[in-house]
Design a protein around this ligand. Structure first.
Ligand code: 26V
Length: 822
């Protein structure tokens, strides 16, 4: 047993006690939310013992630690996951059952912490899970946003954003640690003096505003190993006036300003995925959590070590995209201004400490801060960036004499902007992409100049996902079945799942596998009945596309194809057609017009199709409201088909694709991101691949695009579908509702290039791939083999594998073993 405290009677007594002390109630009187709190506190008790034991073991081992810096951690609910990782889920479930409490219902009381947008934030959460499970000392560092990702409501088919007040009831798993607060300063001016004794330059920041950063620690429990790492998220508080500089004391106006600044900084996550918009507050958020995290990191290091020149032997910083890259100049500042190193010494330490991950090649996501904003907000940091740039350009001119084109392309400061990616690449020791194809595109196209100059820095780390959440927790039936068949080694070593392969020839096993899929489809159908009021046939093919809404992900292609299928069914009622259920889930950035129009279109098509009795329920379309980690777990478990249809070259990796595969859903997709590696693992015959290759897309782009009208005028069925966007079929007669979408395909006036994402170009190949899906699904034996093989070949896509690669190639950490905390 993981802990005596999970022994049934002990645990029950603990829950009763907690309900009593927290709420002055008995179990029968307590609300489900109160029981959730009481259960969580009982679980936290066990966690705390292991948390202490972990920190002690790390201290004794004096082990190197990774600091994973990220603006986003999309953690999902903690209770169920913690119980899984403490191997106490079934014990606790039983104990609660004896008290007439349903653990699943209690889990549903927990708000889904959504401190992230999508792939990048969820990846950070999977990485923390793997780091703990693999015994590596790690901190996640981020921001404790008061409001996370907005909740999505669908009203009249349109997305409506509702604030996500996730802390309303309090978060039972966090610890506030006021005593480790750090001050963070913004603005003002820098005065420069010579130290009369040492003759060194000193930089004094004056007339600044500051806030106090207060850390909240959340436990990250490893699987079955008593390791508990920490996710440290920073809250902001005003520095009360007696703490202001002497000069400012009694400055009421300033006190109020600082109060407002503090409130604003941590107020809300920017709900914008893949689109940069130089907002001052966003830069404040970035510097705020980076400065606080680095100050805490250095303070911790100095407790045990006295030579700051060896910092890189004990810590490594991984920067999750460019959002935390202000860590580069901030670390330089701390080393020079606070620790007294000279430039060369500081550079040596910083450049051996910082590493950068690139998550997108979409130009509109690149962070390029206006210099005037950047230098006004972070005057000392800006001086340091200038110096980094100055020294780097000397190098460039040495290597490429007379080549000012190179200078223009590679400089950090150019055209009035601070280019954060350039700074990260120049300064750190590692640059990685997140899938093989993506890394190759970085090396050969987007970052070619940097690759030529620093080839040794570039490496690939194909993304992964945690099987603990996305199989053990999300799909308990399949997890149980797998463990019965091959043992439970897959939980911590997913390569073992390959032991399922021989079962493809076992008829009994195939039947059981498909029965489990069916039960998960029933479970999802119940959820949809409850939330959407739509009745689904679990025998139909569940075809699922869930991810952020973005043009490059091409939900539009999917819905156009559904419109096409609907026309076909109407026109040829006698045509044989296997019943299909198309399920979407997606949030659109609040200001992203075409994305929002796409949601409306999906919902309108759903309305028409689902209410047309003449098609005998052959086609259903469902839009899942408020797609998030908790309902994602249901969706992956129930999917027959995984839609991964991005324009080739645009999706850096994708991670949803891996979650579907793990749960036995073949990929219907393009050769993009990690799809390429999925196909490599499972075999092309066990996936449905279609469309332009990344090279073809890049070639078209280099020649200025293609002419979609050539397709439009030569494919009347497709033309008809596109015309239906404008003829009111899905708009109650309104001819303007989908004008933006229509124009994005055909109108040169409205976009840089018509059909930038090659929807028309890929339409027929996509429809044809769907035909292959239908045909394969009709053959039960063939389909069940494919489904099992997808699960059995998913071993590579565990984030445990990804983390081991980061450790070996970049972080150089050692495992630390932790005795039980009890
Ligand atoms: C960018 C920006 C730009 C400024 C405004 C706020 C904001 C927030 C997030 C982002 C990140 C966009 C990059 C991203 O999420 N990339 C995704 O990363 C996944 C994990 O590596 C990968 O699987 C997806 O393919 C990739 O799109």
């Amino acid at each position: 047993m993981y802990s005596k405290r999970f022994e049934k009677e002990t645990f029950k007594a603990e829950v009763r006690d907690n309900v009593k002390t927290l709420y002055r109630k008995t179990i029968d009187e307590a609300t489900p939310q109160q029981i959730f709190q009481a259960v969580s506190y009982a679980v936290k008790e066990v966690i705390i013992d292991d948390w202490l034991a972990s920190q002690k073991a790390y201290d004794e081992a004096d082990a190197k630690t990774v600091y994973y810096m990220s603006m986003e951690f999309l953690m999902g609910r903690a209770l169920g996951n913690n119980l899984i990782n403490m191997t106490a889920y079934s014990e606790v479930k039983e104990a609660l059952k004896e008290m007439n409490i349903d653990l699943n219902a209690i889990e549903d009381e927990e708000p889904d912490p959504a401190l992230g947008n999508g792939g990048l934030g969820r990846l950070a959460a999977c990485f923390l899970d793997s780091l703990s499970t693999l015994n590596y000392p790690a901190y996640g560092c981020g921001i404790r946003y008061r409001y996370g990702m907005f909740k999505q409501k669908i009203e009249n088919g349109y997305q409506v954003e509702v604030p996500d007040n996730w802390l309303k009831e309090g978060n039972p798993f966090e610890l506030r640690r006021e005593e480790y607060a750090k001050e963070v300063r913004f603005g003002g001016n820098i005065r420069f003096e010579k130290d009369p004794e040492t003759g060194k330059d000193i930089f004094i920041q004056e007339n600044y505003e500051s806030v106090l950063a207060i850390p909240y620690d959340m436990p990250i429990v490893g699987y079955g190993n008593h390791v508990v790492n920490t996710l440290r998220v920073w809250d902001a508080k005003a520095i009360t006036d007696f703490q202001l500089d002497e000069f400012d004391r009694g400055n009421y106006h300033k006190a109020v300003e600082q109060e407002n600044l503090a409130k604003l900084i941590v107020d809300v996550l920017y709900p914008n995925d893949n689109h940069y918009s130089g907002k001052e507050l966003r830069l404040k958020q970035q510097y705020f959590f980076i400065s606080a995290s680095l100050q805490a990191m250095i303070a911790k290091y100095k407790k045990k070590h006295n030579d700051i020149r060896k910092l890189h032997e004990k810590v490594v910083i991984q920067m999750n995209d460019t959002h935390p890259t202000v860590a580069v100049p901030e670390l330089m500042r701390l080393l020079i201004d606070e620790e007294g190193l000279n430039w060369e010494e500081a550079w040596e330490v910083m450049s051996k400490t910082c590493a950068y991950t690139n998550h997108t090649i979409m130009a509109e996501a690149l962070e390029k801060w206006p210099i005037d904003l950047f230098s006004r907000l972070l005057p000392r940091i800006y001086q340091i960036v200038q110096e980094i740039d100055r020294r780097f350009l000397i190098q460039v001119r040495e290597k490429y004499p007379g080549n000012e084109e190179k200078v223009k392309k590679m400089a950090i400061l150019m055209d009035g902007q601070v280019r954060m990616a350039n700074m990260a690449i120049i300064s750190g020791f590692s640059v990685n992409g997140v899938a093989k194809l993506h890394t190759e595109i970085l090396k050969n196209q987007e970052l070619k100049d940097f690759y030529e100059m620093f080839p040794q820095k570039f490496n690939n780390k194909t993304n992964g996902i945690t099987q603990r959440r996305f199989l053990a927790h999300g799909n308990p039936l399949l997890a149980g079945w797998i463990t019965d068949r091959i043992g439970d080694g897959w939980l911590t070593d997913l390569s073992k799942i390959a032991n399922l392969k021989p079962l493809v020839n076992d008829e009994q096993a195939r039947r059981e596998f498909m029965q489990i899929k069916h039960k998960n489809k029933v479970r999802l159908a119940e959820y949809i009945k409850k939330h959407n009021g739509i009745e689904l046939d679990p025998r139909s093919i569940f075809d699922v596309q869930v991810k952020r809404l973005h043009e490059y992900k091409r939900q539009f292609l999917n819905i156009l194809h559904i419109m096409y299928l609907y026309n076909q069914i109407k026109e040829h009622p006698e045509m044989s057609f296997y019943p299909r259920t198309f399920i979407f889930g997606a949030k659109a950035a609040a200001g992203y017009q075409r994305a929002k129009e796409t949601i409306k279109l999906i919902n309108s098509v759903a309305d028409v199709v689902n209410n047309d009795r003449s098609i005998n329920g052959k086609l259903k379309v469902v839009f899942i409201e408020d797609y998030r980690v908790s309902n994602a777990e249901l969706l992956f478990a129930a999917a027959d088909v995984s839609e991964q249809i991005s324009t080739a070259s645009k999706e850096a990796s994708g991670t949803g694709n891996m979650k579907f595969m793990l749960n036995g859903a073949p990929t219907l997709g393009t050769m993009d991101g990690a799809n390429v590696e999925i196909v490599q693992e499972v075999g092309e015959e066990n996936a449905f691949i279609f469309g332009l290759s990344s090279q073809e897309v890049i070639n078209y782009e280099n020649q200025g695009g293609y002419n979609p009208l050539d397709i439009y005028f030569n494919d009347w069925e497709l033309k008809r579908v596109i015309d239906q966007l404008m003829d009111g079929t899905y708009a109650n007669g309104d001819h303007n509702m989908y004008k933006n979408l229509y124009n994005s395909l055909l109108n040169t006036q409205c976009t840089a290039r018509p059909d930038m994402y090659f929807i028309l170009k890929d339409f027929r190949p996509y429809a044809e791939a769907h035909k292959r899906v239908e045909e394969a699904y009709r053959d039960e034996q063939r389909w069940s083999k494919m489904a099992i093989l997808n699960t059995a070949c998913s071993g590579k896509f565990s984030s445990d594998r990804t983390i081991e690669e980061y450790v070996t190639d970049i972080w150089k950490l050692k495992k630390v073993y932790v005795p039980s905390g009890q």
